[in-house]
Design a protein around this ligand. Structure first.
Ligand SMILES: Cc1cc2nc3c(=O)[nH]c(=O)nc-3n(C[C@H](O)[C@H](O)[C@H](O)COP(=O)(O)O)c2cc1C
Length: 210
């Protein structure tokens, strides 16, 4: 039995294109793997801790080999719980909109929580940085209002998918399965619905090999 962690990074519920495509993917996946468990993490419903004060001190304690104070240790346990949930999964599904060319702030906050030295990456002067979350695939449904085709000037503005590949690659991911839904805000609602239908069909196909 595998565990799939489904990370929802759009707050738009039933209107969201990325959620619709990720959920079509999961529906097809569930039909093929009824025994697997799908754990949902809705980042806009979750009470994620702000990554400030105590948590930053705790992170730097780890990097510099210093012990935590009692307050830092207590705050850090929440971070450890999110990391344990993340690392406990065998496969990942992420629904991620583009916001201001990057990712929604809640997804960035979650990344700031789970990307931690000794937990999801390691560092040594000899080996440099090594990702510790390895051998696991991630399906990303990425929605954007505009279009950012590779090889065009617009592609340079896409700091959503390239960023996700860099940061997830940093912690060990190599197996990215990506479906884009674009444009969702150009050409009227018919265009968005057509792009969504195409992406849903692609996602259902990709679920067969996940
Ligand atoms: C705060 C915010 C910022 C956005 N910034 C961009 C952007 O920089 N580029 C773009 O193409 N679309 C942008 N959009 C549009 C969304 O990417 C688009 O509506 C997409 O479909 C959202 O994904 P969702 O339907 O899964 O919620 C933005 C939307 C919001 C709410």
């Amino acid at each position: 039995m595998s565990e799939v962690l489904y990370i929802k990074a759009s707050p738009r519920k039933g209107r969201s294109h990325s959620l619709a495509v990720a959920e079509a993917f999961l529906e097809a996946y569930r039909d093929l793997h009824p025994q697997d468990e799908i754990v949902t993490l809705d980042l806009f419903a979750e009470n994620l801790p702000p990554f400030d004060g105590l948590l930053i001190n705790a992170k730097y304690n780890i990097m510099h080999g210093r012990p935590h104070s009692a307050g830092e240790a207590a705050a850090w346990r929440v971070v450890e719980d999110y990391i344990a949930q993340f690392k406990g999964a065998d496969k990942y599904v992420l629904a991620a909109p583009m916001w201001n060319f990057g990712i929604p702030y809640r997804l960035k906050q979650y990344i700031d929580i789970i990307v931690q030295p000794t937990y999801t990456f390691s560092y040594s002067p000899e080996e440099g940085y090594t990702g510790l979350v390895t051998g696991k695939p991630i399906f990303i449904a990425g929605a954007r209002g505009g279009s950012y085709p590779p090889g065009t000037l617009a592609a340079a503005f896409d700091l959503q998918i390239p960023y996700l590949q860099v940061i997830l690659g940093f912690i060990g991911f190599t197996d990215f399965r990506i479906v884009l839904i674009e444009p969702t805000l150009e050409g009227g609602p018919e265009t968005a619905q057509a792009r969504r239908r195409e992406a849903v069909a692609k996602a259902r196909e990709m679920a067969k090999e996940f």
